[in-house]
Design a protein around this ligand. Structure first.
Ligand SMILES: Cc1cc2nc3c(=O)[nH]c(=O)nc-3n(C[C@H](O)[C@H](O)[C@H](O)COP(=O)(O)OP(=O)(O)OC[C@H]3O[C@@H](n4cnc5c(N)ncnc54)[C@H](O)[C@@H]3O)c2cc1C
Length: 498
């Protein structure tokens, strides 16, 4: 008997649905699998999700989408970093760049030398030794040189883009590759009597759509994974207390910054994402600390240009589905879980989910080991992101503000407590291949919050201090002169992308 899956049905046409449809259509282009996507004009998409991490470039590469074509289609800008303003305390700011710092000496990471030089008062802030941070702060941009193996000049980048235009772009792409799009609302879900597997969907236009593999991209409610299969949801609200957001796009005011801004506020934080044609703004907040009206008022006051739409309110519970893959339903996007957008990781998780589905593609025997293993990897990846995001809140020094005091004193997951202790005592960070955020990212956070350990690698003491001081100065001045010669971010886009 042929056990190959012949038909895939995707419910949902937001970012998750169309990314999944496009990726599957590309990978299965010469395969007789049929792919159908159902999206409802009545329900609509969440319409936010405009900042990414560099992994998005892998998606474009896999789909053979030219970056410039993508930038034009989505009014995108480049992103080198996130700027955390006021997170340590009011008036303080630091960057989390997609890049490393300084250069290794004798195979010892630069930051061990930096710790010692900071103790001696002979070093500047860590960002002074990061080319990407300095490019970002100067509002400039350049593409990293290919095959750059000199640590100091290597960096990575991502994009800010218009989420609605992105879904439209991918919808055209996927339909050209044969994905069948149906505009209708799923009204009934029929299940197999004994196994509970999803058999078919009843639509508002009276069609019945049968399938073998169902991909739930229906957003927060999880039409198939939760409302049908009752898979269960694990809340992380005890560690990540923000549970609402309000978004208001506004007119641009000046040239776009090549970084996302995250501004700490009374009961959460505000994002500011500058695209080519407008600025995206949102306030992510804890409903235990301020009301929706206060959040709207605070965000409105903080806009840099004229609002382009009324405030859009969103409620969410940070956490993840107990199983992303249950029976013949694989959930991707908001239906499988949500980590607040502080580090722009949702689209990254969508990509990882798509990759895992393709790598562990099932047959009609639905091997349980495959499902268990896939769920396990997705869980580990998300827990690691979760810990990194909790760290931002936990290290704050905004004393005397209810929300921030609570974040500082809350209990944290053991895995995160261990990581903090490890860095404090050894200046090391424990990361594995399942971590998206590696040592440099943790370092950016610890240094940004001034949690610099007393300890550094003992081999650092083999080096002459005066020579190190000279080397530090050469690095920071070399970076400044490299940045001086670059075009502004806006000029770069105009010359190369329009
Ligand atoms: C406040 C906020 C800020 C965010 N910022 C970022 C960010 O900066 N970076 C990032 O990576 N991510 C971000 N995200 C996450 C990102 O928005 C989502 O991961 C992404 O948009 C995917 O959403 P989705 O496609 O899963 O769901 P949705 O966009 O909600 O799409 C759901 C789809 O399902 C369809 N649907 C639902 N029910 C039915 C039905 N019965 N019948 C037919 N169709 C149905 C709808 O029509 C729609 O097409 C943010 C999220 C929030 C809430």
């Amino acid at each position: 008997m042929d056990t190959r899956i012949q038909s895939i049905v995707i419910v949902g046409g937001g970012t998750a649905g169309w990314m999944t449809a496009a990726a599957l259509a590309k990978r299965f282009a010469n395969n007789p699998i049929s792919i159908t996507l159902i999206e409802s004009a009545d329900i609509g998409t969440i319409g936010v999700g405009e900042a990414t991490v560099p992994f998005i470039k892998e998606f474009l590469k896999q789909l053979k989408i030219d970056e410039v074509e993508f930038i034009q289609a989505t009014n995108a800008t480049y992103k080198l970093a996130i700027s955390f303003d006021g997170w340590k305390h009011e008036g303080h700011s630091f960057l989390h760049p997609f890049a490393g710092y300084g250069a290794r000496v004798d195979n010892i990471p630069f930051y061990h030398f930096w710790i010692k030089m900071m103790q001696l008062n002979k070093a500047q802030e860590l960002d002074a030794y990061c080319l990407s941070s300095q490019i970002a702060r100067a509002n400039k941009f350049a593409l990293p040189k290919p095959n750059q193996d000199v640590e100091i000049s290597s960096f990575n980048y991502a994009f800010h883009f218009d989420a609605t235009l992105f879904a439209k772009f991918l919808s055209n792409y996927a339909q050209k590759l044969g994905v069948k799009r149906i505009e209708a609302t799923v009204q009934n879900v029929m299940q197999h009597e004994t196994t509970g597997f999803v058999k078919s969907l009843g639509l508002s236009n009276d069609q019945i759509i049968e399938g073998e593999l169902f991909i739930d991209c229906s957003g927060f409610k999880g039409l198939l994974i939760e409302e049908t299969l009752n898979t269960g949801y694990e809340s992380w609200n005890q560690w990540l207390p923000c549970d609402r957001a309000v978004a208001i796009p506004c007119e641009s005011n000046g040239e776009p910054a090549p970084y996302t801004r995250s501004l700490a506020c009374e009961a959460g934080w505000q994002w500011r994402i500058q695209l080519q044609h407008r600025t995206g703004n949102g306030y992510v907040y804890s409903s235990n600390h301020i009301s929706d009206e206060q959040a709207v008022e605070s965000l409105t006051k903080n806009l840099e240009g004229k609002p382009l739409a009324p405030p859009k309110l969103m409620r969410f519970v940070t956490g993840m589905r107990k199983q992303s893959w249950n029976k013949n339903v694989f959930s991707i996007g908001l239906s499988s879980g949500f980590l607040e957008p502080l580090e722009s990781t949702s689209i990254y998780i969508i990509q990882e989910s798509i990759n895992l589905l393709i790598d562990n593609f099932p047959n009609s025997n639905w091997p349980p080991q495959l499902i268990t293993e896939t769920n396990k990897i997705l869980r580990i990846r998300q827990e690691k992101l979760r810990d990194f995001i909790i760290l931002h809140y936990h290290l704050n020094e905004r004393h005397g503000e209810n929300f921030w005091d609570a974040c500082r004193s809350m209990s944290i997951p053991d895995t995160l407590a261990t990581q903090i202790e490890l860095f404090k005592n050894t200046a090391q960070v424990a990361v594995t291949h399942l971590d998206f955020f590696r040592t440099n990212s943790w370092l950016a956070m610890f240094a940004g919050f001034n949690r610099i350990p007393d300890y550094y690698h003992p081999l650092v003491d083999n080096f002459d201090e005066a020579l190190l001081e000279k080397e530090f100065s050469t690095i920071s001045t070399g970076i400044i002169s490299a940045v001086n010669g670059l075009p502004s971010h806006q000029e770069f886009i105009q010359k190369n992308c329009l």
